[in-house]
Write a protein that binds this ligand. Sequence first.
Ligand code: KG4
Ligand code: ZN
Length: 370
Amino acid sequence: MKISHASFTDFGSYGSNGFKVDKILPIRYCSPFMNILAVDTSCDESSVAIISVDEWKLKSDVVRSHIGKMTEYGGVVPEIASREHLKGLPSAISEALTQANLTLKEIDWFVVTSHPGLIGALLVGVGFTKALAFSENKQFSTVNHIEAHLFSPLLCTLEGKTPPPFPWVALVVSGGHTELFHVKGIHDFQWLGGTLDDAAGEAFDKVGKILDMPYPAGPIIDKLVREKATETDRTAYAFPRAKIAPTSFSFSGLKTAVNNQAMKNRPMTEAKKLSLLASCQEAILDPLVDKVRLAQKDFPGAAIVVTGGVACNSRLREKLPEAYFPKPSHCTDNAAMVALLGGLLYKEGKLIHASWDESASPSWNPDVTP
Ligand code: KG4
Ligand code: ZN
């Protein structure tokens, strides 16, 4: 999926997804005891989290994964994801309130991911969250899923830990995105480049599919290679590394190369499969490592941070020992990062009330159809 990145950081009087807002409510309108309930339904997890801004504490962190439902189809089926959100979101919200020991009335602000993601799945989250905010007569805001991943390294501040200092060179690397940023501060960042075709997580999952592995193959390949592969396996196949611009990525050629090798190597033995996977993992990770380090040269002193589902990968963590990675449960999709972003924007006076007409969008720029 190719998307436009225009106007990502230039919100002006627009909501974070580029839609014009009706009004910006003054901060004094808010209760002094600020609890934000956040929802993320961008893909196949119904996630809900609550942050107490005053205590700077995560009060609840619920992730209902629907991956199990997708395994038999070999990938996410958007229609099924939407239906699972419809079924799972109400109870995930109840569970989050119970975990936080709060009632709906004690929530001051409702924040939801509105883009990018699967449109049907996003619509369930946006519709549900908006309805809750409207019925409770509370504030309602929308945020960008990629921006939530981007600032997820700051989740550690909710546990009293010190985050990596700004500026950052940050890589958001997930099932749908491989994006490189220069981050100067909260809500202050510049997109440097991204994938021209498949995302890195998508490459893991597609290679897994070629080799008859269940979806999502990324974590399975990581574990298998970590536990069984040797150095020889990692270099057994010289898979291509795309020769493109220093801040661009491309993984579709790799998928074709793995497919060709899989055909040549029939019948596939476990040993051959291990070598293919270990070599392929190196070919996915090497460009990530090289390009994030190259970008750091343009911003001397910047910390490297890596987030998104692929940031769980143990080999990537090994190859980038100088980088900061959030804990794995906060690398994959979660609403804690959405609640955190809501809290950070609120503290900066930048959390704006969205129009009640606001909807979801699959892309970053709603004017561009992906
Ligand atoms: O961030 P995420 O949960 O959802 C998206 O926003 O896409 O990322 C999911 C992606 C999947 O492609 C999955 O295969 C990949 O992250 N992934 C991994 C690992 N854990 C999850 N890829 C490689 N190694 C892992 N350990
Ligand atoms: Zn994500």
